[in-house]
Design a protein around this ligand. Structure first.
Ligand code: GLN
Length: 531
């Protein structure tokens, strides 16, 4: 078992997750069993309670974890499911330590950050590596070196790094930035120098620097960085801007990272990897080219202030487009600014992603209605599924007060409501999470996409009200999939439209480059006029 620890310096948002995922991908392409862990030093127990506009999307795992969005990068790069145990937070670690103390398991010791908290961190990381029989585990530490919250984690990683046998058991990759003030200006090294000094103060000497920069790192910048940081010049890696993040593994490979890592790890006897490389290159090639056919998609939601709020949705659209040989442009439209009669004329398709709460919901309902009436391809995810049903009840059935209980708990016509046994815990901790089996009705669009059944990830609280279904179906809406023996509706469609589908689940979490998710692929195809 070997470890690669990825830390970050200078500032957040440099793409530490992409460097961690790309390194893991290279090891996987070399034939090794590899997975990733994300450490999040914040005090939330998980990402579930965090505002997506501040922190980015909540990524849902198969086993129902509400996780940091970097977990999505790992899954997309490695094409492998990552369990929720791979997202470690301060709250989880401290909860275990406090519980052990209350149980008397520390036998009278004074409980301290070192060794008790650091031991718990190390225990969690080692348990994953050994429990999953991995060759290499890549551990990404969130935040930036110098943050108070990260200190216990960096100390634990430092201890793991020095505890190994003679050959290196752990390698440290530090991700930093070399800014240039003008487009072709000098690449500045001082921020990286300071950041590495901070890391060394904690006791960690990085083995590699992954340096974010706009243009490729110049030799003189590389040498200067090497001199100040004690990292060999050939291990100072340029991570310059690329057409797509899937270019980064090859970018790092070309700079010799694999040979260098294997040498440092003392690893030999690797199997031929050319076939795996060919497959990967074929998968990522369409992401870097412009296609003549284009689909202009409007993504209508309320978390538009940060593109990371819907990062998996963006990726899923791009996976589908790459597979179809289409270029996709995605406009974020604030659902709060949608007028009485939404103008969709500039768009080939409308996607409404998941969401919560009243703000912006009326705008979404109007957009769902306009898409149906004007036959603009529509894909509604979760909230976008529920509100499409509400729009149908209002527009096609003429029930003006039709609503979801989430917005109008007292409406007499609740198209979407809480199931009777959910009533007592309407807020907090009552979300239906993770993968559930879905039964699909043959002869429908869903049947064409998914066959007889499919398993998909969920994150929701409200459900279609089954007592309103006969009315909705008599108006021409089809519920084409359900789960839990028919208790919950999973897919709706309007057969007379070119493509009008709502799904209660989150197909974007199951989409991978080269393996687009069926509903996204059908939606992008319809938007591009291919269906
Ligand atoms: N707010 C809705 C619910 O709780 C939809 C959730 C979502 O879109 N993720 O059911």
């Amino acid at each position: 078992m070997k470890y690669i620890f990825v830390t970050g310096g200078v500032m957040s948002g440099l793409g530490k997750g992409v460097v961690a995922s790309s390194t893991a991908k290279l090891l996987q392409l070399a034939g090794l069993e590899v997975s990733c862990i994300k450490i999040d030093p914040y005090l939330n127990y998980d990402a579930g309670t965090m505002n997506p506009v501040a922190h980015g999307e909540v990524f849902v795992t198969e086993d129902g974890g509400e996780c940091d969005m970097d977990m999505g990068n790992y899954e997309r790069f490695l094409n492998r499911n990552i369990p929720k145990s791979h997202n470690v937070t301060t709250a989880q670690v401290f909860s275990s330590v406090i519980e052990a103390e209350r149980d008397g398991r520390y036998l009278g010791a004074c409980v301290q950050i070192i060794p008790h908290v650091t031991d718990e961190i190390k225990r969690r990381i080692a348990a994953i590596g050994e429990g999953e029989s991995l060759d290499v585990l890549v551990v990404e530490c969130g935040g930036t070196v110098g943050d108070i919250e990260s200190l216990p984690f960096l100390e634990a990683l430092r201890q793991m790094g020095v505890a190994g046998p003679p050959e290196d058991r752990a390698l440290f990759v530090h991700v930093t930035l070399a800014p240039s003030l003008e487009v072709v200006g000098e690449q500045k090294t001082k921020p990286t120098q300071h950041s590495v000094q901070e890391l060394r103060r904690i006791g960690i000497q990085p083995d590699y620097l992954a340096v974010r920069c706009t243009a490729p790192l110049l030799d003189k910048t590389r040498e200067k960085l090497a001199m100040f940081t004690g990292v060999r010049a050939q291990d100072v890696l340029s991570c310059h801007d690329a057409e797509s993040i899937f270019e980064v593994p090859r970018m790092l490979y070309k700079q010799g990272i694999m040979d260098s890592m294997f040498r440092k790890f003392g690893m030999v006897g690797l199997v031929d990897s050319s076939e795996r490389w060919d497959a990967w290159n074929d998968t990522v090639r369409p992401f870097a080219v412009r296609h003549s056919r284009e689909a202009r998609i409007a993504m209508v939601g309320k978390y538009v202030a940060l593109t990371d709020s819907y990062v998996s949705v963006n990726h899923a659209l791009r996976h589908a487009a790459a597979d179809l040989g289409v270029s996709v442009s995605i406009d974020l439209v604030d659902s709060e600014t949608v007028g009485e009669d939404p103008d969709l004329s500039g768009y080939d398709g409308i996607l409404v992603p998941g969401g919560f709460g009243t703000r912006g919901a009326e705008g979404i309902i109007r957009v769902a209605e306009a898409s149906r009436k004007r036959d603009v391809p529509y894909l509604g995810i979760c909230f976008g599924f529920q509100l499409a049903a509400v729009a149908f009840a209002r527009g096609a059935l003429g029930i003006p007060d039709a609503d979801t209980a989430e917005i109008s708990p007292d409406s007499a016509h609740q198209v979407v409501h809480l199931l009777p046994d959910q009533d007592d815990h309407a807020t907090g901790g009552s979300l239906r999470l993770g993968a559930h089996n879905i039964a699909v009705r043959p002869g429908t669009m869903a049947g064409r996409l998914y066959g007889r059944g499919v398993s998909r990830r969920h994150r929701h609280r409200y459900e279609i009200n089954r007592s309103m279904m006969p009315e909705l179906e008599s108006g021409g809406l089809v519920f084409s999939a359900d789960s839990d023996g028919g208790r919950r509706m999973e897919i709706l469609e309007v057969p007379r439209c070119r493509f009008y589908m709502g799904v209660q689940f989150h197909p974007e979490f199951s989409s991978r480059p080269g393996f687009p998710e069926a509903s996204y692929r059908a939606f992008v195809g319809a938007a591009a006029g291919m269906a």
